[in-house]
Ligand binder design. Sequence first.
Ligand SMILES: NC(=O)C[C@H](N)C(=O)O
Length: 372
Amino acid sequence: MMRTNDGGPRRIVVISTGGTIASRWQGTGYAADASGSDVLATAPLPEGVTVEVVDLFNVNSSRMTSAHQLALLRTVHETFADPGVDGIVVTHGTDTLEETAFLLDLHHSDARPVVLTGAQRPFGTGDGDGPGNLYDALQVAASVRELGVLVVFDGRVHAARGTVKTQTLAADAFSDPSAERLGRVGFSRVDVERLPERPAPLSLPDAALTVTPGATDPGATPLPRVDIVTHHADGDPLFIRAALAAGARGIVLEATGAGNATPEITAAVADAVAQGALVAVSTRVPAGPLAEIYTGGGAVDLVAAGALLTGTLRAAQARIAVLAALLAEGDGATDPARRTALLRRLLEGPVRAEPALATGGSRSASAVVTRA
Ligand SMILES: NC(=O)C[C@H](N)C(=O)O
């Protein structure tokens, strides 16, 4: 399936949030400080594309918070209220780009695309990858429909769901270790090879949950705390209990293998569930689904304790799914069964893989809905 920007007029809004694509030397290291207009000025525009820039914030993405992400989600929604906008490009640091992209995707119900991109090399360097990535992102935003939220990097088009940063420094920073990319962009064309798998979108979280990043408003509704605890040899249930004591309403256990830990950790998970926390089990292994195979503290027992397996989602995106399920509670009325069912839907994928099938399933693509 090929999507070509036919050169007809397209209005794209670029929302600038910082990251290396906007980072300049500060004397001791790099930090985001270039404006969205400065970043945009580094890239040529694809034919027929006009761009407006929104400077939302300017942070390196390791400093991203749920407050930033919700502010961005709302800005995307407000931008699409204008029917004349054809698509959105978000420039973002690569460190947590996969988390922001997935949160946007879980709430994205518009046919028009949101495309996230960034850079591995800083702003203004002669050999920088930012200008090319931005050009490609604009090209994709001007060309596709019905693909949800995308990550465009190094000539590749990725679905938000499942895509993670897999290279610390190399230009091809992103991939989904459990699936193929969606397509490619280059030579003025966008090739889409498969459709993303996306659950039905969530409605926007309650406006009261959108707070100014960094502001401490004592009257604001606190955003739910969701922690990630990693298991390893000598793993200690202390960290699950500490997360709960700190007020976590959700916990992602980044387990070993296909979702295994210890009987002691399983007991802590059972206590967390009994106290009303949502617990999801992901894995520190890069590729493949979670599967109920082992007892003795393995995934079989963790599921029996009330945890949900995360399919092929890794911990950082699983955390976003838990956060989204908690945010969807709106006015705070909690119904644990409904909340768990919602999280199961957001996680989708092989939550219960039989051992014989534990190496994964096949994916099929159907026709992409073309631009009107
Ligand atoms: N390449 C990058 O964008 C990394 C940067 N530290 C960030 O995430 O903001």
